[in-house]
Every structure is written in C-alpha cells, then in structure tokens.
Design a protein around this ligand. Structure first.
Ligand SMILES: [Zn+2]
Length: 482
C-alpha cells in the first residue's frame, strides 16, 4: 500500500450559481441522497475513512469468520445459501448459526434518508424517464429489490443529469467477492457526445459472436444494446469516492438485467482528463520508448477505456453447476474481480482491433491503442496486486514480456510494444481468461494468479524510478451554489 501523501489532492468544482432555482433544488436533493450513501458505506467499512487507501469491508461479516468456516457452513445449510451470499445482506452470528440481515434493515436510517431525497429529486426532475428512475430507486433502496430500477436507469434518456446510486460493486468484499458497496455519483451529461458513442452498439452482437470461448448448451445469451453517457462528474460519495478513482463504469452488474436489457457505460471525462495530465503523463514519459511516446494521446486512451467498458458486457456471464446456472462471479468468488478486469482489458483490445480491421476505426489508431494498452498496464500495476485492476495488469505484463510482445531496454529503462506480437499475445491470453470464466474454474484461476501474479523485476525497477509520481488523485468536490 502506498503512503497517503502519494495521493494527489485535486479540487473538482462545479458552478451551479447560474442555474434556475428548481434545478438547484433538484441537485441539492441528489447531493443529499449521495451523502446518505456515504454514511451507509462508512458503516459497511466499519472504520474511519481517514485510513482508507483501498476500501476493504470490515463490517459485512463477523470479524472472526474465515472463508473456510463460511463455506463449510454453507455446505451444511444449503437452504441459507442464497440469503447468506446475497449481494444485499450482511452476515451475522446468532449462537452457532450464521444469519443474513438485509441491507435495508441493517442500514435503515441511511437508506430512508436517501429514499426521501430521491423522491424529492424525482418531483423536481425535468426528464420523465429520470423521474421514473429516481422514484423507483427510492423504493428499491428500501427493499433491496433493484431489478426494475436498474432497468429504468438504463432507459433514462434526454436527461442533463446522471445519478448512479445504490449498492453496486463487490471489489471491497475481500472475503467472498459478493457483497455490494453503497455508492453515488452525480454527473452532468454531455448529451450530444453520448449519442455519438451509441453508434458502437450496433457492433456488439458481432463482437460477442467473434469471441472464442465454449458456450454452454442451448446458449442464447446475446449481447444487448448498450447505453452510453459521457458525463462531467460533480459529486462522488461512498465506494466510488475512495481508493482509485474510476474514469468509467459499466453498470448494473445484475446478470439478469444485462442479459435482458444490456448495460450502461458512463465515462467521467473530467476525471479522465485530470488523471491523464497529473498522473499518467508524468508516469509514462520516462517509461515509454521515445519513438512510441508521440502515439500516446487522450483520444486513444479514451477509446481504450470505452472498449474496456464495452467488453465488460461481452463474454460468459453464467456457469453451469449441478444442472443449475450460477453467475460467473459466484463461481469464482474473491478471484472473480481481477479476472473480470483482465478480461475487459483483453476483450476490449481485441474488439477494437476487429473494428480496425473492418475499417470502422481508423487504422492509425492501431499503434496508439497498443501503446495505450501498455501504458494502462504500467499505471494500474501501481495499484498493487491486492487490487483487482492491479493484479490483472501484472498478469498481462508478465505474459506479454514473456512472449516478447512488450520489450524492455535496460539502458534507457523504457518499454515498447511489438505491434503484431502484442496482437497475438493479447488474443492468446484472452482465450485463457474467457475459458476460465466460461468454466467458472476457481482452482485454475488460482493457478494463473500463482503463475503470473508477481510483478516482474524490470517492472518493479521501473516503478521505483517513478515512485515520486502520485498513484492517483484524491478529489474533493465543491459545488458553488450562491
Ligand atoms: Zn473494468
């Protein structure tokens, strides 16, 4: 874990002074709901946010519960399995038993506060589809049934504001990788730019078809249309506010919703720009081959992120188990997150490559995307192998270095990509990742991590040379009301 002084403080301001009163009241309600999520999240963490580099949930399970004990208990009590492994329950001891307490009971004061604020925001919202989502989300938080409001959220159109609120990601559950963390992010939507991205949706079925992995019998899952939102984020709370700052996300995570309605990708452009200037450039300049440095740019890096997010919606979602189907993350437990992040890197690159070959993306982007793939690995490896994106990047770097697809010059200390070699190396590793997800092979994923999960020496040395560059930004959000 990096010392706290390496997180670069940045202030993100939003000027609301010129907005109509009604819009200001609407925004204030969204901020209020977000603050309630912050409170709920801090309770999930069970410790003070001051100590938080990467958030780890400490209050979701009994503190002395081990994975082995929990799994043995689940074996003996199959009837409790669903409740105890639910993304929306905390696990408590009662005598010799384990019991599941729903989030909406455990965090009742916080979810009630959030629900009140969301209902108020719904009354003030300008877009009918957003009104529907906000009112539905209030109900969802009170009962932990998110399905319908997840669908409504994907279907929000023509709103100048985005709010992603609720329990979503499972990264901070280091025990089982199934419990979700409360978060909220409020953003202002660039409607025109968002629509431009929608053009990529038409290629999704074709990209899904082109992925090499074993489909289960009677496989009918098709990649559904994607919604895209380009936003400027103006407030973050809960999970998304701590640790590494997301520049994009792909939600919801409920595989039923993804199968039936697809998902929405949100891109936080102001965060992307600030990180590129303050973190990525200073890191990459001394590490990247000087001839390849000019090919590193924001446009290509944005495209890399775009396809990473698209790729989260591609590939296996279900695993066959004893005649039933379970989700891939249930099968892979705490090993899932890093594998899924690596899959998104690899499938994302592969998908963009397919579209370059078809002329949909200009050919000049090929080298830029290869360079972006390398630089993204070098920056996320700094998250450490404890973190999903960090481990995923270490595995990829090891594989590409081993294949000679990424070269290292010991004299200059710089890395470079071998274009055709990298294309092949990515495809090879991608097939392995996809097969592991399709089979839900927990043991084999463990072997992959053991084989490739240690940072190679040349990478370690390079990171030492750039240790003065902050690992990430630590934003504070300020809205100017008057
Ligand atoms: Zn991702």
């Amino acid at each position: 874990m990096s010392p706290p002084e390496l997180w670069l403080p940045v202030e993100i301001n939003f000027d609301a002074r010129g907005l109509p009163q009604r819009e200001k009241r609407f925004l204030r309600a969204l901020i209020e709901a977000s603050d309630a999520m912050e409170e709920a999240f801090l309770r999930q963490m069970g410790r003070s946010p001051r100590n938080v580099g990467q958030p780890i949930a400490e209050a979701l399970y009994p503190p002395d519960l081990t994975r082995a004990e929990f799994e043995a208990y689940l074996e003996r009590h199959p009837d409790q399995r669903e409740a105890l492994l639910s993304p929306y329950t905390v696990v408590r001891r009662r005598g010799d038993d384990l019991i599941a307490v729903p989030y909406h009971e455990e965090y009742r004061p916080q979810v009630e506060r959030a629900a009140r604020a969301l209902r108020a925001a719904a009354e003030l919202a300008a877009s009918p589809s957003l009104q529907k989502y906000l009112a539905g989300r209030a109900e969802a938080l009170l009962g932990d049934d998110y399905y319908q409001s997840d669908v409504d959220w994907i279907n929000v159109v023509d709103s100048a504001y985005e709010i992603i609120i609720g329990p979503y990601e499972v990264y901070f559950d280091r025990l089982m990788g199934v419990k979700t963390a409360y978060m909220s992010v409020v953003g202002r939507v660039d409607v025109e730019e968002s629509w431009k991205l929608a053009a990529y949706s038409q290629y999704l079925p074709q990209l899904e078809e082109s992925l090499p992995y074993p489909r289960p019998q009677g496989h009918t899952d098709r990649a559904k249309a994607n919604a895209f939102a380009i936003v400027r984020d103006l407030y973050r709370a809960g999970d998304i506010r701590y640790g590494f700052q997301a520049i994009a996300n792909n939600l919801p995570n409920d595989p039923r919703v993804i199968s039936e309605y697809g998902s929405k990708k949100t891109f936080f452009m102001n965060m992307m720009e600030v990180k590129l200037q303050r973190i990525v450039r200073p890191l990459v300049e001394p590490l990247l081959d000087q001839d390849q440095l000019p090919h590193f740019n924001l446009e290509a890096d944005f495209m890399r992120v775009l396809f990473h997010e698209i790729a989260h919606a591609l590939g296996p979602r279900w695993v066959a188990r004893d005649g039933q189907r379970i989700s891939v993350n249930e099968a892979l437990k705490e090993r899932y997150s890093a594998l899924e992040e690596g899959k998104a890197d690899l499938v994302g690159f592969y998908s963009a490559h397919q579209l370059i070959r078809q002329g949909v993306i200009p050919a000049q982007r090929e080298l830029e995307l290869q360079v972006a793939h390398l630089t993204a690995r070098l920056r996320t490896i700094r998250h450490g192998v404890e973190q999903a994106h960090g481990l995923a990047s270490v595995i990829q770097l090891n594989h590409h270095l081993h294949n000679g697809a990424i070269g290292y010059d010991p004299d200059s200390g710089r890395f470079r990509v071998d274009g055709p070699g990298l294309n092949d190396s990515i495809r090879e590793l991608m097939e392995r990742f996809l097969a592991l997800e399709a089979l839900g092979d927990y043991e084999e994923v463990g072997r992959l991590y053991a084989e490739y999960g240690r940072p190679p020496d040349v990478v370690r040395a390079a990171l030492e040379r750039t240790a003065h560059v902050p690992v990430d930004v630590r934003p504070t959000y300020r809205i100017l009301w008057e």
